[in-house]
Design a binder for this molecule. Structure first.
Ligand SMILES: Cc1ncc(COP(=O)(O)O)c(C=O)c1O
Length: 397
């Protein structure tokens, strides 16, 4: 916690607004909107709920073409499962798209190839869901450009990327060269460097316990389109129609965030910039301590991205390093240090057996060779150095 959360929670208790909804929820949505620059925001019980509502709304738009096929959703394969289960809840067919080496996120070239093939086969794509992996934005301008040509909405899964930014366009890159210093990026109104998810039709954020800021559990759906958020707001509260009694003309969900939880979120939002700075500091410290180790490389950051570095992730070339990722993870575990392999790609998950994937080899390689190191903002430089030392010594242990 950052320090002011308890004050907001006490305020919520003092006002006796403990039930879902209330002034803390309203204020949290407004403050989140001011931070991201996305005008309409809806606080929810989880990031998964946010993706579900976005998709549910989309599939019921009267403008959606009628087809005999199941709705098609194209999503990043290198992601967490909460990114894609909503497509299953909605009875969609999922197709996965591999990442590229530049950002470890959805490869726009593969996305375009898949869209082209879908169009040739007469299949309309209901939505594209790219993930901002480990706090690094996907190439949203390029992905949105492709999707615009095919008239497909983008739901950006920025669950891990709060505080992360990307450069708006090629034109702006000439102005900004290598990109502004972090201090400038921290201005939420930075037009050249919008917040993660900004250009999408809708974007999704998570306040799960492991995220860069947390409400212990929660999520946010954001959109430039007020009608999306208005409908999602209704769906999230059992789709209650405006009437003095309980009237329902469609099926909804119970997905709203409570007023007490929103109070925690308000406090957390105040420290988000500091958290990004510290996460980037942890990443830089690992880089410094492991710079001379052959066979270890870090998740890259393209010049158009300013990741929040939610997790520091390394790739281990076992031949050059002397041992493999599995052995490094075990060496850390022996020292009571938790490290995790990179997300197992969705196309390798037993539950998605038979789903089509475009590409796949890159995310498979990252899964085999990638390791997420401890990256908590409470870590001191000495903590980082200790972890780095265990990694460095792993071939000899
Ligand atoms: C990439 C990604 N998408 C979706 C989610 C789901 O968010 P939540 O746990 O809030 O439902 C998470 C994390 O939990 C995530 O990391």
């Amino acid at each position: 916690m950052g320090g002011s959360e308890l004050r907001f929670v006490e305020e919520a208790f003092a006002s006796n607004y403990i039930a879902p909804l209330g002034p803390m929820v309203d204020a949290f949505e407004k403050e989140f909107s001011a931070y991201t620059g996305i005008p309409h925001c809806l606080a929810l019980s989880s990031g998964t709920a946010a993706t579900h509502l976005a998709l549910h709304h989309l599939l019921r738009l009267p403008t959606r073409p009628l087809t005999t096929h199941r709705p098609l959703v194209l999503a990043s394969t290198l992601t967490f499962i909460g990114s894609v289960t909503p497509a299953i809840f909605e009875g969609c067919e999922l197709r996965f798209i591999d990442c590229n080496r530049e950002s470890w996120n959805m490869d726009p070239i593969l996305l375009e190839a898949e869209q082209e093939e879908c169009a040739k086969d007469g299949r309309t794509v209901a939505a594209v869901i790219p993930t901002d992996l480990y706090g690094q934005c996907c190439n949203l301008p390029q992905i949105c450009g492709i999707c615009k040509r095919y008239n497909v909405p983008v739901i950006c899964d920025s669950a891990e990327a709060m505080g992360g930014r990307y450069r708006k366009s090629e034109a702006s890159s000439q102005k900004s060269g290598l990109g502004p210093p972090l201090a400038d990026l921290r201005s939420p109104t930075s037009e050249l460097w919008p917040h993660a998810g900004f250009d999408a039709w809708a974007s999704v954020y998570s306040f799960n316990g492991n995220k860069i800021i947390t409400t212990s559990g929660g999520g946010m759906l954001a959109s430039h389109d007020k009608s999306v958020i208005d409908h999602a707001r209704k769906l999230a509260t059992q789709a209650r129609d405006p009437a003095p009694w309980y009237e329902h003309s469609e099926i909804g969900f119970n997905y709203r965030m409570s007023n007490v939880v929103a109070a925690i979120g308000r406090g957390q939002l105040q420290v988000l910039d500091d958290r990004v700075q510290r996460k980037r500091g942890v990443f830089a410290a690992y880089q410094h301590h492991l710079a001379d180790v052959p066979g270890i490389s870090f998740m890259p950051e393209p010049d158009w991205s300013r990741s929040n570095r939610w997790l520091t992730v390394i790739l281990i070339d076992h031949k050059r390093f002397g041992t493999d990722t599995h052995a490094v993870r075990e060496a850390l575990e022996r020292e009571n240090i938790e490290a995790r392999p990179v997300w197992k790609p969705m196309h390798l998950q037993p539950v998605f057996k038979g789903c089509r994937v475009r590409g796949g080899a890159v995310s498979e390689e990252f899964f085999s060779h990638g390791l997420c190191l401890p990256s908590g903002t409470a870590m001191t430089d000495a903590d980082v150095q200790r972890v780095a030392e265990v990694v460095r010594r792993a071939p000899n242990t």
